[in-house]
Ligand binder design. Structure first.
Ligand code: DLL
Length: 432
């Protein structure tokens, strides 16, 4: 089901709408946010210089550091009393990034999430178990409101306490699961431990996943565990932009549809800042054109992807974004070779004998970078055969070398011995 008519607008109409909204937002930011005014003045650009959507590229970027420098509310265009919700995301370093919503922002956010839920196959008949952590993370409350709006029955179970999650799932007859892909796999594993086969004994038919990437081999793992008929879709968002609801996959599974009437995407070369042509891969930059409290313009997400403008078979005309292949800042440079953890995941998960969990450790030994990847065996019985383990290790090394052009040390470990995550998985430790 297509939730909103804006998802099917002809391109010209969409662009006219975007331009009108951009102009209005820009003027408001220039008037209300001193940090923005300073940036635009320094770039020698005024609101009147933006005469078409093509001129968007003349505007300066906004970056995470701007949010930190103006912590907590300095980038907001409304007084604090107009906010009805505040969230924050904590990075690994520095101050948290604070985001806020007016009542109108909450309506827009809810609308965007309702769209993505419908794209993923949700309807008012679904019983939706939300296994994102409730709290300052935007994932849980974002999905909560969007799913309620379409009339689904929401079960706000939050993350953790996995056995109880499974009990609720069974007893309430949950049909839809919201989680990070890594947590969804973990819930499935625990269910199996309890003698419950998720694909037969549970009734989850829809997985709305997001908050972290799900490579295609990981989606295959999801199907193996939860059933081949599960509709497992990817959903993208970022708290600075709104939270979940920026883009989501439809059931054609050919990229995530951007809610373009609210967010304008661009792809840039992360080194030069130059805007790239449709189809080219680079860093996603997003302008919020309908937000009241925190309408960031040309925000550098750090996420690497590409955009496709051809209309989709599902009937939506909105631009589609390829699965994120990494972040410009989680790129590992190992002995001069650029490596994204998602590339490693693709290689590993395509090897049948190993499971969906892995850990990457990067160290510097005697001035040389070294990478050790711990990989779980899918089946315990392999542990008994020294020869087979040796062969498997060779195969993993060979496949990694072919794709990455890099040698890695491989540690094969017993099934279920690596750490599991209830939220976003943290698989890389860089000790350099
Ligand atoms: O993760 C918002 C969200 C919640 C989206 C739930 C979808 C579902 P943050 O915590 O601010 O917001 O983290 C944003 O997470 O820049 C990406 O690097 C990563 N990310 C989010 N969704 C995906 C995805 C939420 N589907 C950061 N694929 C982003 C890959 C994703 N990466």
């Amino acid at each position: 089901m297509i939730w909103a008519k804006e998802e099917t607008l002809p391109r010209q109409e969409m662009e006219e709408l975007q331009f009108a909204r951009l102009k209005e937002t820009l003027k408001r930011i220039y008037d209300k946010v001193p940090a923005y005014r300073k940036k635009m003045d320094a770039a020698g650009i005024g609101c009147e210089d933006i005469k078409s959507l093509d001129d968007l590229s003349k505007l300066p970027f906004t970056v995470k550091q701007d949010m930190r420098d103006n912590y907590p509310f300095g980038m907001f265009t409304v007084p604090k009393k107009d906010l009805i919700r505040i969230h924050a995301s904590s990075g690994t370093t520095g101050k948290p990034t604070v985001v806020g919503y007016t009542r109108k922002d909450m309506e827009m956010w809810t609308e965007c999430v309702s769209r993505m839920a419908c794209m993923g196959g949700a309807t008012s008949d679904d019983v939706a178990q939300i296994s994102f952590g409730y709290g300052m993370f935007t994932g849980a409350l974002g999905l909560h409101y969007g799913l309620e709006k379409i009339g689904a029955s929401v079960v706000p179970v939050s993350s953790g306490n996995t056995q109880k999650q499974i009990l609720y799932m069974q007893d309430f007859g949950a049909t839809l699961l919201v989680a990070t892909p890594s947590y969804a796999l973990h819930i499935g594993e625990i269910a199996r431990d309890l003698g419950i086969d998720p694909s037969k004994d549970l009734n989850i038919k829809i997985g709305l996943f997001g908050g972290e990437g799900m490579t295609e081999p990981m989606r295959d793992e999801m199907h193996k565990l939860w059933g081949s008929d599960m509709k497992a879709t990817q959903n993208y968002g970022m708290s600075e932009l709104v939270g979940p609801g920026v883009s989501g996959e439809c059931l054609e599974l050919c990229g995530m549809h951007f809610n373009e009437d609210h967010f304008i995407p661009e792809i840039i070369n992360p080194e030069t800042g130059e805007v790239l042509a449709p189809g080219e891969k680079g860093e996603l930059v997003v302008s919020c054109i309908t937000k009241e409290a925190l309408p960031l313009i040309r925000y550098r997400t750090g996420d690497i992807t590409r955009l496709f403008y051809e209309p989709c078979k599902c009937g939506r005309t909105t631009v589609r974004m390829e699965n994120i292949s990494g972040r410009s800042d989680d790129m590992l440079v190992i002995r001069g070779v650029n490596v994204f953890p998602s590339q490693i995941e693709e290689v590993l998960l395509n090897i049948e004998e190993i499971g969906a969990h892995y850990e990457i450790l990067v160290e510097r030994k005697n001035y040389l970078d070294s990478m050790t990847i711990s990989v779980e065996l899918a089946d315990e019985s392999l542990l008994d055969s020294y020869a087979k383990l040796g062969e498997l290790e060779k195969k993993i090394k060979f496949n990694l070398r072919t794709v990455l052009g890099l040698d890695a040390m491989i540690k094969l470990v017993a099934p279920r011995s690596l750490k599991r995550f209830e939220g976003k998985a943290r698989r890389v430790t860089d000790l350099r």
